[in-house]
Ligand binder design. Structure first.
Ligand code: G16
Length: 535
């Protein structure tokens, strides 16, 4: 393999000497200034992945929920899903190579070990609205070209749009933006049928990210009669500097339970939703009487999806194979939601944090529903079920609705826009408002905190991240704190997207959950390498 072109191109994207990038929960993330070498090398990697997988791959320059000064890269397999986990170590090796020679050697080694045929790989490249995004996308394209690949610049897209487009392109189906909006809008129109439109618009806080412009386009496609939307914090292509994920968006609302900026005029009971910076997550919220916020998180979206799927499947004509249905959550799922889903008679599975883990577990079911509490999720339909639905007669309404759902809900990855339509469709079909949705179950009081330590990788976990195995003494300290809290549950894990250790606590009362989280946070600070004052 002649690597002279690769070497010359790599020299234009030198790696900062102290940087050792690590593929985290959803790709690489760091301060944007540090990233050109990483993104260039990801372009190289995705050409190899395209050649190995025999289809287009994808690359999105985004740091999703992180602050605007950060950036990152999410990598899309030919299936449209996230990069196969076995390839994460290849990504790490390439990103961490200290010299251009080592980059070339790593690529040669990759082709040898994976037995990759030579040819022209195709990589679809998109980016979000960060000021650093276009420059980094150019670095990705340079990486693709350096390995003789073809880069298809897709411009400004939400992360789920690019996942969807890669999946469609490799199925030789229409994969432009119009087809994406059409799939979502047509599926929604079928699902809501003649159900009356809500009189009240849904206020959607778009985190000043890429979701703003895309939601407006979707709203136009849907038509204001079908789903009145009031788009706030839309940012978009014109947004530069300040605003992105800043006191707004899904992460802010879910973690801080605080009203986003730009939404101060919302009255009690208004139906509101918040997307994150790259529109792959959504949570709903409303202002309660007395001033507090009521949050409808990913767990609650999973509950609505589970009801819809369960009821539609039950309405299908009997078949010798009863479709399997499962719901996938992580340790962050509120205990009350897990109990509720199990009470519906559905299989409930708990995986590690990260869509890649939930998605894989959901694929084991004919209908697999997965949502993280932070609002990232979707509903997957297995091939066998889809085929059966197509074979059923046209007048089978349940089959028609399930196929509409399969078209509307992104099959490649969690998608805030399809999540919005999913919630609205279920509420509309049932004639429910937020009160009925909220009454499905009562959340156990919970609290999430972040703690900064010198090196978060010293915290190691087991049992789907519910227990720590390092550092010494941490799990015992957590156990002692949990025992002292009535109805207590708590765990910690190092974030794969931010330089923090995350703390989750649940208890019978909110003060007890807050106190438990604070106690566990102090234990992390004391035992995992303190920085700064004890919290
Ligand atoms: C990413 C992942 C999610 C994960 C989140 C937080 O979300 O796609 O699956 O829940 O990071 O991960 P961690 O706790 O490891 O920081 P996003 O929306 O930032 O891409």
């Amino acid at each position: 393999m002649d690597t002279s072109e690769l070497k010359a191109a790599s020299a234009r994207y030198p790696k900062p000497p102290d940087l050792t990038p690590a593929y985290g929960t959803a790709g690489f993330r760091a301060l944007a200034d540090l990233l050109p070498s990483t993104v260039f090398r990801c372009g190289v990697l995705m050409v190899a992945r395209s050649l190995k997988g025999g289809g287009n791959t994808g690359l999105v320059v985004t740091a999703s929920h992180n602050p605007e000064a950060d950036n990152g890269v999410k990598l899309v397999d030919p299936s449209g899903c996230m990069l196969e986990q076995a390839w994460e170590s290849h990504a790490d090796r390439l990103a961490a190579a200290d010299t251009d020679e080592v980059v070339c050697a790593a690529v040669q080694e990759l082709f040898r070990t994976e037995d990759i045929p030579y040819g022209t790989g195709v990589v679809m490249v998109a980016h979000d609205t960060r000021p650093s995004a276009a420059g980094l996308a150019a670095a990705a394209v340079a990486g693709v070209i350096a390995l003789g690949g073809v880069a298809i610049p897709c411009g400004l897209l939400t992360t789920p749009q690019l996942h969807w487009m890669v999946r469609q392109a490799n199925a030789s189906a229409k994969h432009d933006e119009g087809a994406y909006f059409g799939a979502l809008a047509d599926g929604f129109a079928t699902l809501v049928g003649r159900s009356p439109a809500p009189v009240q618009a849904v206020v959607v806080d778009c985190a000043n990210g890429v979701g703003g412009a895309k939601l407006r386009a979707l709203a136009e496609r849907l038509g204001p009669q079908r789903l009145p939307l009031d788009v706030r914090n839309a940012g978009g292509a014109a947004c530069s500097g300040g605003g992105l994920n800043d006191r707004c968006g899904a992460e802010h609302v879910q973690k801080e339970r605080a009203v986003p900026i730009g939404c101060a005029d919302i009255g009690v009971g208004g139906r509101c939703a918040s997307l994150d910076g790259d529109a792959d997550r959504i949570v709903f919220w409303t202002l309660a009487d007395g001033g507090g916020m009521t949050l409808f998180d990913g767990d609650r979206i999973a509950a609505l999806a589970a009801l819809l799927v369960r009821d539609l499947l039950a309405a299908l004509p009997a078949d010798e194979h009863t479709p399997t249905v499962g719901v996938v959550q992580t340790a962050y799922a509120n205990g009350a939601s897990t109990a509720y889903l199990a009470g519906l008679g559905l299989a409930v599975v708990c995986t590690l944090t990260g869509v890649k883990h939930l998605h894989a577990a959901a694929e084991a079911f004919d209908a697999g529903i997965y949502f993280e509490a932070n609002g990232h999720g979707t509903v997957l339909f297995g091939q066998r079920l889809v085929q059966r639905l197509h074979e059923l007669p046209d007048d089978c309404e349940a089959a028609r609705d399930l196929l509409a759902l399969e078209s509307m809900v992104n099959q490649a990855v969690g998608d805030a826009l399809s999540g919005l339509l999913l919630v609205e469709a279920v509420l509309r079909q049932r004639g429910w408002g937020l009160a009925e949705w909220g009454a499905l179950y009562t959340d156990l009081p919970s609290r999430q905190l972040k703690v900064r330590v010198r090196d978060r990788s010293v915290v190691r976990t087991t049992d789907a991240e519910t227990r720590t195995v390092a550092p010494d003494g941490l799990q015992q300290a957590i156990d002692a704190a949990v025992q002292a809290a009535p109805g207590g549950r708590a765990f910690v894990r190092p974030s794969g997207t931010e330089d923090v250790v995350r703390v989750y606590a649940e208890a019978d009362t909110q003060p007890a959950a807050d106190a438990l989280a604070a106690e566990v946070m102090r234990a992390v600070h004391d035992l995992a390498g303190r920085t700064g004052a004890r919290p």
